[in-house]
Design a protein around this ligand. Structure first.
Ligand code: 5GP
Length: 126
């Protein structure tokens, strides 16, 4: 099976400028913006501009330029939001994929959560 990308997903609409967003940072291949339903004082979503469904899809098929740009943007967002773990309080990176991962939006995104103590990583399944 190969990944198939639905270009009607909400993040594709954000990338096309059809839906507004609160941009934290933008680069050639990457957009970082605030989550509309923040789960923590800092809740930023980082997405590639290309059509990738999940992290493994992106990691397997994106170009080296896209992959480097994405990860450099993650680092810059952490620095900008003051949630690095070297001189700050740290944060959590989450990327949900597919059904078992309970992924809501089928465009790869990395959640950066911070600004409060986050507690245990996983809860029991609903
Ligand atoms: P997932 O469950 O797919 O990992 O997370 C999707 C995230 O996208 C959720 O945290 C949700 O609040 C966020 N989200 C959904 N729709 C929008 C939107 O229109 N704008 C923004 N900024 N975030 C959204």
């Amino acid at each position: 099976m190969a990944y198939s990308y639905d270009d009607q997903n909400i993040f594709a609409k954000i990338l096309r400028g059809e839906i507004p967003n609160k941009t934290v940072m933008e680069s050639d291949h990457t957009l970082a913006f605030e989550d509309i339903r923040p789960q923590a004082p800092v809740h930023v979503l980082v997405i590639p501009k290309g059509p990738y469904v999940t992290y493994d899809h992106f990691a397997g098929e994106a170009s080296e330029a896209e992959i480097a740009d994405f990860h450099r943007t993650v680092a810059a967002v952490c620095r900008k939001m003051g949630v690095t773990a070297d001189d700050g309080p740290g944060c959590r990176f989450i990327s949900n994929a597919g059904e078992d991962g309970v992924q809501e939006v089928p465009h790869f995104h990395l959640h950066i959560l911070g600004g409060r103590r986050l507690g245990r990583m996983l809860q029991k399944a609903e």
